[in-house]
Design a protein around this ligand. Sequence first.
Ligand code: 5GP
Length: 194
Amino acid sequence: MTRPVPAFVVTGPSGAGKGTMVEALLARIPRLRLAVSATTRAMRPGEENGVHYWFVSDEEFDRRLRERDFLEYHVFPWGQRSGTLLTELERIASHGSVPLLELELNGSLEVKRRLPEVVTIFVDAPIEELERRLRGRATESSGEIEERVALAHEQRALAPEFDYVVANDDRDRAAAEVVGIVETALAANAAQVG
Ligand code: 5GP
């Protein structure tokens, strides 16, 4: 029997730069495919349905919950819900690709509990830098930003729960480190399967 191909989870405080790490991974490791989450939040400028998220109504999210379509999901303090669809993981694996998930921390811990073979990477950034990035992005209201920064402080304490912690001090350096982690894990997995 072959070992299951692992999935990778990139996690970290909101605004720590997970998205940039995910972009670097997708650009540099062709076997990786982003598992597109379902979310109830509104689409932001530049986002596309089916590419960044599946944008669904609350009713549709409830229906998918009842049908047990989620590997995990998270309810954010400001009300939105986002969850990993099992069908996404199946679709990606069926093409011989490896799923890449970008999740907040609770969802990442839940994935690790349910699928211990996944590799989890925590992207960390200085909190001041994080706040500056969130304000620069200006897609959230100031109340939402305060909540996200408070959450980041709490979430940072969870870093030791993850397989790897990468400091996003310098974007290119951090991206190279994350790419190295994934390439090494994929090579180790191939060696075990082979
Ligand atoms: P945003 O709404 O700004 O795109 O994402 C907010 C947070 O939700 C980010 O930390 C992102 O990684 C996380 N996220 C996106 N999709 C999912 C998901 O399916 N499950 C969980 N647990 N978190 C998600």
